[in-house]
Design a protein around this ligand. Structure first.
Ligand SMILES: CC(C)(COP(=O)(O)OP(=O)(O)OC[C@H]1O[C@@H](n2cnc3c(N)ncnc32)[C@H](O)[C@@H]1OP(=O)(O)O)[C@@H](O)C(=O)NCCC(=O)NCCS
Length: 288
């Protein structure tokens, strides 16, 4: 019999396994490229799960079938802004209502009329589930490919910064998304290869050698300069990823096209309590 219960620290490895199996099975079903998680991916996801378990214990749930984790959900709330980080049910346990129940539990830690977002996968079941829970759907493209040589250069106003300057990020986040999430930015910066870029007090990006983790700015000119600089630093032959670009992020779409990075459709951003996803802003899939 399946029991729904709060997630414990000892559940984390099993919950990551359940996520990986469900996500990869979904991608195979819909003919999308499937790639196994590396050991580094597993560690990164386990750390992120533990992070939210510590900050938002009432947002983390599992479906337990005789000691085996067959489903999970994880959400968190920052200054009234709700984010779903993960939701999955193992293929053999799907279509029995578990996903809906896990989502309802993950929603129960916040004001149902408050702002909230979900970076949704390509799974039609997830899109249906979030739509019927009152979220509106905003289609997304992902930039994925190499940066064409000589197309982008560093902006001299953009500089590397450290977590001591988190107050700049905090102010920008309150401006662009109506809620700061410093504890999460610090967690993102702890991941290997993460760096913080600032442009005056107008915007920030958390970037790695192959991706934008998240980016927020007070205006599109600052957002564009940050994205161009991050792409210039990635450069070379590395395949880069810039995801979750809704129609409001035309500044980012134009920048990626100019840099020769290919765009393709991805899963939508789902929003409630907001007219549209924050902008200029690039969310993180798991950190919002
Ligand atoms: C999304 C997911 C969690 C749903 O889990 P589940 O346990 O099957 O969910 P439920 O049984 O509660 O069904 C959810 C709803 O989706 C509907 N649904 C299922 N497959 C569907 C499809 N292909 N198209 C449209 N709706 C679909 C179901 O009918 C159900 O609606 P209902 O309650 O009105 O009948 C599961 O499919 C999954 O793990 N997917 C892979 C991981 C993933 O992509 N997660 C989302 C991350 S954002």
């Amino acid at each position: 019999m399946v029991t729904l219960r709060a997630m414990k620290a000892s559940d984390v490895p099993g919950a990551v396994r359940a996520w990986d199996q469900s996500f990869q099975a979904m991608r195979a079903t819909y003919g999308l490229p499937v790639s196994r998680m590396t050991q580094a991916d597993i560690v990164r996801l386990q750390n992120r799960m533990r992070h939210f378990l510590a900050t938002d214990h009432d947002g983390s749930w599992v479906a337990d079938d005789a000691g085996v984790i067959v489903g999970l959900s994880q959400s968190f709330v920052r200054e009234g802004y709700w984010v779903l980080s993960l939701l999955a049910t193992l293929p053999g346990s799907q279509r029995r209502g578990l996903g809906r129940q896990l989502l309802e539990l993950a929603l129960s830690n916040a004001d149902p009329l408050g702002p909230g977002t979900i970076q949704c996968s390509r799974d039609p079941a997830a899109m249906a589930l979030y739509t019927s829970a009152g979220f509106s759907l905003h289609p997304v493209v992902v930039g994925y490919g190499t940066v064409s040589p000589g197309t982008v250069s560093r902006d001299p106003r953009v500089r590397r910064a450290h977590e001591q300057e988190i107050d700049v990020v905090e102010a920008v986040d309150r401006h662009v998304r109506g809620s700061a999430r410093s504890v999460d930015i610090v967690a993102m910066l702890k991941e290997p290869g993460s760096r913080l870029l600032l442009l005056e007090d107008r915007g920030y990006a958390v970037a790695k050698d192959d991706r934008i983790v998240t980016l927020g700015a007070c205006d599109e000119e600052a957002a564009t300069a940050l994205l161009r600089t991050a792409l210039a630093e990635m450069g070379g032959n590395e395949v880069v990823e810039v995801n979750w670009l809704t129609a409001r992020q035309q500044w980012a779409i134009r920048t990626l096209v100019a840099a020769g990075v290919e765009l393709s459709p991805y899963g939508p951003v789902m929003v409630r309590g907001l007219a549209a996803p924050p902008s200029p802003y690039i969310p993180s899939g798991g950190y919002g």
